[in-house]
Design a protein around this ligand. Structure first.
Ligand code: FAD
Length: 477
């Protein structure tokens, strides 16, 4: 038996972790190493994700300590530092799990080459997804461009292995150096805006497991009906945990399948949930085909789209701050700022408003979400933005423009979500809460709301901006 390293990446857990499991079977001594290498990720990871990563690494270190090991932290370049760790650990092999993102594949290739030069082997294992995004093909042998046939075909064949328990870990190699303290990675912001995130989340494997159990015991069986209502806790909020690999996708899959067996009445609702996991798979399938998915529209016509001029950035700034004067849009943007997460229905509404009513480039929205979402994920975020913009594969057509007032009336019928995040309009009755500008003056006066002073007038007229967007779209030909 020889010594080994496990290079931890987007797989920050002990249970059902293929790299750790393989190393535990084969190595006499084992060093779990995390290399922080922000210069190697493309595009740059945002501040909210960095906050999450800091706490996730702390949780992983504690998990490793309780298994008799510890996390060896270091700062990149990854190839150089892994060579160093392999040498000081006397390791013959480095195990890691794959990340299906373009920059990560380059990183793996560079690491493999550097390790090979010192006689160490890199073994990359599949993880993170239920499918191989490079391998799924339709009957004509080409990648899928639409979700429904993709999922129909994938779902029929899916049979992921049952999740494995955490392995018994070999001890650390004798001569390894002291790890770098977590704080020195600089993942936490200097201005402590992040304190508001802490009460909302528990990064790490234990938090992930809790979220899954709470979902299956609570909202899961009603997922089909409740998942679109942002005031209700109708979804799992597993997205950041899945992104960082704090829970394996196979564990989620099997927990849901088991729940379907136990509660046949909930089977359809939970099938809808499994299809959402399918959207995540599809996003990676698209990213594999289009490595520049976060900035290049799949529908090339949109490269010529006549976006609105916003020379001083005032429109974009109002959208980012949740000060557009459209309550559902502002509620979503404020939820994002306060919690690092936004409900999926509202992501679609704020996205449509940015791209179609404000007519600003979707890439601005992609970049803002990248900076502020704790669940930011290159594949899902890029696909989501291309979808709302009508320029992606399987996109909602451009002319399907979400009306944020109608969306509010339908999915936040009592106005509870808006009342929570936009207290300025909370006194309005539900009949006017989604369009305060249309409320009779006395209804506004009764709750002391003075538009333009307490809460903005709408940044744009919804009907006019819709017409302008459609005209711009038709001009594309
Ligand atoms: C403009 C836009 C940007 C988005 N950016 C991201 C992002 O950066 N990261 C991200 O994880 N999701 C993104 N999504 C998808 C979706 O909004 C989130 O996955 C979901 O809101 C996460 O909440 P949840 O875990 O409670 O979801 P649930 O409803 O509980 O769904 C379970 C899991 O399925 C996956 N999932 C659900 N919906 C989608 C979807 N439409 N696309 C891909 N995966 C999905 C997620 O992993 C999620 O955790 C985006 C959607 C839009 C419209």
């Amino acid at each position: 038996m020889t010594n080994a390293l496990v290079w931890l990446r987007r797989d920050l857990r002990l249970a059902d972790q293929p790299a750790l499991a393989r190393a535990a079977q084969t190595a006499e001594r084992l060093a779990p190493v995390y290399i922080h290498a922000p210069a190697e990720t493309r595009p740059t990871v945002g501040a909210a994700s960095c906050w999450w990563l800091h706490h996730s690494l702390a949780a992983l270190d504690a998990e490793l300590a309780s298994a008799g090991s510890r996390l060896c932290l270091d700062t990149g370049p990854s190839a150089e530092r892994l060579c160093h760790w392999a040498q000081v650990s006397d390791a013959a092999v480095v195990y890691c799990t794959a990340i299906a993102e373009p920059w990560a594949r380059q990183q793996e290739a560079a690491v493999a080459e550097a390790l090979a030069a010192i006689g160490v082997r890199l073994e990359v294992l599949a993880d993170g997804l239920l499918t191989d995004p490079s391998a799924v093909r339709n009957r004509s042998g080409t990648p899928y461009r639409a979700f429904t046939p993709f999922w129909r075909s994938v779902r029929a064949q899916l049979d992921p292995p049952r999740p494995a328990p955490p392995p018994a870990l070999p001890g650390l190699p004798e001569a390894i150096p002291e790890p770098q303290p977590l704080e020195t990675l600089g993942l936490l912001p200097r201005i402590r805006w992040d304190e508001k995130l802490a009460p909302c989340w528990q990064p790490g494997a234990a938090g992930a497991q809790q979220r899954l159990e709470r979902f299956l015991d609570g909202a899961g069986p009603a997922y089909g009906e409740r998942r679109d209502f942002p005031a209700q806790p109708g979804t799992s909020r597993l997205s950041p945990h899945l992104h960082f690999g704090e829970i394996s996708i196979r564990a989620v899959w099997h927990a849901v399948r088991d729940a379907q067996q136990m509660q046949p009445a909930a089977a359809d609702a939970l099938d809808t949930f499994l299809a959402e996991l399918g959207w995540r798979e599809f996003a990676y399938h698209l990213l594999w085909q289009q490595p520049e998915l976060h900035r290049t529209p799949i529908d090339e016509r949109f490269s010529r789209f006549p976006w609105r001029e916003d020379p001083d950035g005032a429109l974009l700034d109002a959208w980012r701050r949740g000060a557009t004067g459209i309550p559902l849009v502002d509620a979503g943007m404020r939820e994002l700022w306060a919690t690092g997460w936004m409900h999926n229905r509202v992501r679609m509404v704020v996205g449509s408003f940015l791209v179609k009513n404000l007519r600003l480039p979707w890439q601005h929205g992609e970049a803002h979400f990248r900076d502020t979402l704790v669940d930011w994920d290159l594949a899902s975020n890029s696909m989501g933005w291309q979808w709302v913009s009508g320029c992606g594969a399987d996109a909602a057509p451009y002319f399907r423009i979400f009306n944020p007032v109608r969306q509010g009336e339908r999915f936040d019928p009592d106005g509870d979500y808006v009342r929570h995040w936009v207290p300025e309009v909370a006194g309005l009755p539900k009949s006017h809460i989604h369009q305060p500008w249309a409320a009779p003056a006395d209804a506004r006066a009764r709750c002391g709301l003075h538009l333009g002073r307490d809460y903005p007038e709408p940044l744009v007229d919804l009907a006019t901006s819709r017409k302008e967007a459609l005209a711009a779209f038709h001009a594309l030909g």
